[in-house]
Design a protein around this ligand. Structure first.
Ligand SMILES: [Zn+2]
Ligand SMILES: [Zn+2]
Length: 197
């Protein structure tokens, strides 16, 4: 117990490195500041942790989500629109490596009952949901990612592996058959890329 206390003190007070201030964990708009005849425009940050990607095998948060929102009254509703951008690391669906990118919400739009939010309007959950919806189902680290060798597992972006397809490996001829079969009824208008290889 004493040991743990010492280590914490060391980590806090040590090397003079100041901890970055943590971004807020909520986005709450002050309804009282929305002008009767105009828009309230606000921007800020939201902690990436709210995405709760800690256990996600293919996506990680990589920093604060930046957001910019505009709120206005529309009858009995509060209309909120805007955008957000979240830095993330995604696992490439082809080669399995994590790469840095960001997901952007370009047209956030939600309506809230004014009576339910007389003073403060918390849009954290809706913003979170929109960001998660923008995560690609099959992320690629680069458009031309070569993926991994099916035999040895080497990342082919780092160079060829020298594997020779085993004898009797007929995936290519099977594919040829498939392409020919497809080609027949459709004529020559729609050659898939690489069909001639
Ligand atoms: Zn890749
Ligand atoms: Zn290989």
């Amino acid at each position: 117990m004493a040991e743990r206390g010492t280590r914490q003190a060391g980590a806090d007070g040590g090397a003079g490195r100041r901890a970055e201030p943590r971004p807020p964990e909520r986005v709450a708009l002050n309804v009282l500041r929305i002008p009767a005849d105009g828009e309230l425009e606000e921007e800020g940050e939201l902690a990436g942790e709210v995405l709760e990607l800690e256990k996600d095998p293919v996506a990680r948060s990589a920093g604060a989500i930046r957001w910019k929102l505009r709120a206005q009254f529309a009858g009995s509703e509060i209309l909120v629109r805007g955008e957000a951008e979240a830095p993330v690391e995604l696992r490439c669906a082809k080669c399995g490596r994590f790469f840095s990118t960001s997901v952007a919400v370009s047209s956030f739009l939600r309506a809230y009952e004014r009576g339910e939010h007389p003073e403060s309007l918390d849009v954290t959950e809706d913003l979170r949901e929109e960001v998660l919806l923008e995560l690609p189902a099959f992320p690629r680290c680069a458009p031309g990612c070569k993926g991994r060798c099916a035999q040895c597992g080497k990342d082919l972006n780092e160079g060829p592996c020298g594997c020779v397809p085993p004898k009797g490996f007929d995936a290519w001829s099977a594919l040829d058959g498939l392409v020919l079969g497809k080609d027949g009824p459709e004529g020559d208008g729609k050659h898939p890329n690489g069909a001639t290889k």
